[in-house]
Design a binder for this molecule. Sequence first.
Ligand code: NAD
Ligand code: IPM
Ligand code: MN
Length: 356
Amino acid sequence: MFKITLLPGDGIGPEVTAGAVRVLQAVQKCTGVEITMQEALFGGCAYDKTGTPLPEETLRLCLEGDAVLLGAVGGPRWDNLPVHLRPERGALLPLRKELGVFANLRPSLIFPSLADASTLKREVVDGLDLMVVRELTGGIYFGKKQREDLPEGGYRVVETLEYTTGEIERVARVAFELARKRRCKLTSVDKANVLESSRLWREVVSGLAAEYPDVELNHMLVDNCAMQLVRNPKQFDVLLTENMFGDILSDQASQLTGSIGMLPSASLGGKVGLFEPIHGSAPDIAGKDIANPIASILSVAMMLRYSFNLEEEAALVERAVSAVLEEGYRTTDIMQPGMRRVSTGEMAELIAGKIQ
Ligand code: NAD
Ligand code: IPM
Ligand code: MN
């Protein structure tokens, strides 16, 4: 019996999470895997109801369960709250930290039927299969922050980027191990020509290479990497990087697959795994039933694979997504001429229908 905590959150979060739940129910019915789901308040909606974006009860449920499925949080309604009450700073980051999920896996994989949905030429993206491993609980997101008044008016802010050898080593090992199971190529991305933290990053990653002689390691500066991702993304297998670079590069990598609405993630390394689409609450399309639920549905596949060790069930979900795309069904973000446009709910229903 697996216990999942659902945190639908804000904006399109509840819409895409409902789709993922629909698919999980189909998996349960088809395979007999026993799963219980319990929903909790998280993000802006939690602030509205309880005065805090991360209620204690929510955190307790997450820590007690076997995995967390998160939709998205945030939106203009909460943007001007004091930082500790904002959904991103007051809920999402503390949750990641509390769960101890330091390794964030963001696979950028193109489904063959979407090779023309990307804004890049088919030949550049067709067959793409790369994995971003993003450090998730350190770096500038979690360093000391300070804002002070200046005598002449205005402010001075300080924001600190910290990493320890241990923090770098543990996420690098995850990346080496993953590369080993894939095409044995690891590109570590940094800004070692400028940042001290990146120099340590490079040193530690290089130091591990001898333990993984079967993995080909190279280092790339982050600005070049951003360029290479659109020039020739198929040169990459596993990309390893620190928290903020990984945030930015993974949004960029997502578009290679056709839409950010396609990219799932798994955050691992703690007792309880956290699974969420890489996109946000998309306030511009929230409440319209047009968001793409596939990122969330594929996050469920990652949960089955990485938290529950149910590889066959994970593959079942991925094949169901592929089959529905092959049949020409598309949400608005991946719509193309001649295809059949469906809503969030319809897409989830179609995918659930293929789980048998
Ligand atoms: P976003 O990812 O929410 O949206 C960026 C663009 O992509 C928008 O045009 C949106 O409509 C589109 N998009 C995103 N997901 C989609 C989907 N599933 N289907 C179709 N189109 C999709 O990023 P943003 O607009 O910069 O941020 C909006 C809010 O979300 C902010 O408050 C931000 O802090 C928050 N955010 C939260 C998370 C999270 O909870 N993990 C992640 C990113 C951003
Ligand atoms: C993501 C998001 C978050 C991040 C924000 C909302 C804090 O952009 O999950 O990619 O930067 O980690
Ligand atoms: Mn992001």
